[in-house]
Design a protein around this ligand. Structure first.
Ligand SMILES: Cc1cc2nc3c(=O)[nH]c(=O)nc-3n(C[C@H](O)[C@H](O)[C@H](O)COP(=O)(O)OP(=O)(O)OC[C@H]3O[C@@H](n4cnc5c(N)ncnc54)[C@H](O)[C@@H]3O)c2cc1C
Length: 441
């Protein structure tokens, strides 16, 4: 049976290897001209746990990430918090990661570079292939790994029920590595992340790279980033960070990152979405490498489980059978991302003063910040609630109560995510989806 993977996304390459090992004919179409030209010329932070769990070595060029420092919108308050030193996130270079996943997958799958998949081919309500540079390619399953604006997903009929991303559910981010300003001293805070920077709906960061001659900069805004806001944010960061030079050494362009909960339907007959095409990033920070890799593993395992159960080939890629993949994704991380999305939306609607206060009052503890950064939920136990009230004073009780209700809502979202129907029942799924969507209205 033939499987086409549209786009050599991270999850797509993981699943290409695993499905190739299972004996499927797997072909990956990637629009970049070569593996070296694919995706970004920089590094990103990933939990090493996913590499361990999937038995994939970390690319050699990876380095431990430094502790985070969170700043309030105008840097009135700076909060440093340490990572888990026993298992710090790793800064993983993209190009070596791409090469590693490609080398593993290409032993059992065919990669075709310089070919753009433009749409799905649909017959009798089933995806039966893709159009590649104007040519039809038939297959039994399309794995859509072509990123947030995948043309394959966008070509599907509305009746498939796979939701499109809204403008307020993406970050437009400028990312660049600048030179370190000549003669600048090593700053006390090497890893500054500005929440709601300059009062805008987004984040910015200035990070002294593990190559100490470079400074890693990001300015990301929900909905879209104008040149003016980008320039203002970078000017501000230059004033507050002596290390930031003027020459762009790597990157220096805008990219789009989904920052919403995962698609509530990511499968159809003959089709599954994976990675950014199914919005699998952590909604607050946009990290999606680990979840895409996990999703690749879950997809291969759920197909294998159906084969072991004796599902016949002609039904292996029916939505009823692919649904187990989506359930697995929601149980592994999707349900948590629903909760984190509640927190993100809440945070973005708070005033600058409120964000300043949240940081200054320490009502958000280091442990809370650490959880949020890694895609987990903030929990307020009764004893922690008492501690917080005592810490900030009874006068601030109304704010704490509001925050408490947001935390409860985020846990409700998480519980709802975990209640995803385990078998494919359109009525139950529609009901579940409606309940999920109503959380974000
Ligand atoms: C600035 C920035 C910073 C980030 N930081 C982090 C971080 O620190 N940690 C983290 O975990 N994640 C981070 N992410 C997110 C992470 O990059 C993605 O979540 C992750 O790569 C999964 O995306 P993907 O592989 O599914 O899609 P993509 O990375 O978008 O890859 C899609 C692939 O499909 C190809 N393609 C697209 N369209 C077509 C087509 N029509 N035909 C053929 N091929 C096509 C593309 O060329 C590309 O190779 C960051 C993203 C950005 C942009």
């Amino acid at each position: 049976m033939k499987i086409v993977i549209a786009g050599a996304g991270i999850g797509g390459m993981v699943v290409a290897e695993k499905l190739g090992v299972l004996g499927f004919e797997v072909v990956v179409y990637e629009k970049a001209e070569s593996i070296e030209k694919m995706r970004y010329d920089w590094h990103d932070d990933v939990s090493p746990v996913v590499f361990e769990e999937l038995g994939i070595p970390l690319p050699k060029e990876s380095a431990p990430k430094r502790s985070w420092t969170f700043c309030s919108p105008y840097e009135k308050t700076i909060r440093e918090f340490s990572q888990d030193e026993s298992c710090p996130d790793m800064s993983v270079e993209r190009r070596p990661l791409n090469r590693l996943l490609f080398e593993r997958a290409s032993k059992v799958a065919t990669f075709v570079f310089g070919k753009e998949v433009t749409s799905a081919v649909i017959e009798n309500h089933r995806v039966v292939g893709v159009m590649v540079d104007g040519q039809r390619v038939d297959c039994d399953l399309v794995v859509d790994s072509a990123g947030v604006y995948s043309p394959v997903r966008r070509s599907l009929p509305k009746s498939f029920g796979i939701s499109e991303v809204e403008p307020n559910e993406v970050f437009e981010a400028y990312r660049a590595f600048y030179n370190r300003a000549h003669g600048s001293a090593t700053p006390k805070y090497t890893n500054k992340v500005y929440m709601k920077h300059l009062g805008e709906n987004g984040i910015s960061w200035t990070i002294l790279d593990h190559d100490p001659t470079q400074v890693n900069v990001l300015v990301g805004l929900v909905g879209g980033l104008s040149d003016e806001v980008r320039a203002k944010s970078i000017d501000f960061m230059r004033e507050h960070n002596d290390i930031l030079g003027n020459t762009v050494l790597r990157g220096g362009y805008n990219v789009i990152i989904p920052v919403r909960y995962p698609a509530t339907k990511m499968v159809a007959d003959g089709y599954v979405a994976i990675g950014d095409s199914a919005y699998m990033t952590i909604p607050l920070l946009g990290s999606g490498i680990a979840s895409s890799m996990w999703a690749g593993d879950i997809l291969a395992k759920s197909i294998k489980a159906n084969m072991d159960k004796g599902v016949v080939d002609s039904h292996l890629f029916d939505k009823e059978n692919l649904w187990a993949y989506q359930v697995g994704v929601y149980k592994k991380f999707g349900a948590k991302h629903l909760g984190v999305d509640v927190l993100k939306r809440w945070l973005l609607t708070q005033s600058n003063e409120m964000v300043d206060w949240l940081f200054a009052s320490k009502v958000l503890s280091n442990a809370d910040l650490q959880k949020v950064a890694s895609g987990n939920l903030v929990t307020i136990t009764p004893s922690a609630a008492i501690e917080k009230v005592l810490g900030v004073g009874l006068g601030n009780l109304p704010i704490l109560l509001k925050m408490n209700s947001m935390v409860m809502k985020s846990h409700k979202a998480n519980r709802l995510g975990n209640k995803i129907p385990v078998t494919y029942s359109p009525a139950k799924i529609n009901k579940w989806e409606k309940r999920v969507q109503s959380l974000y209205k």
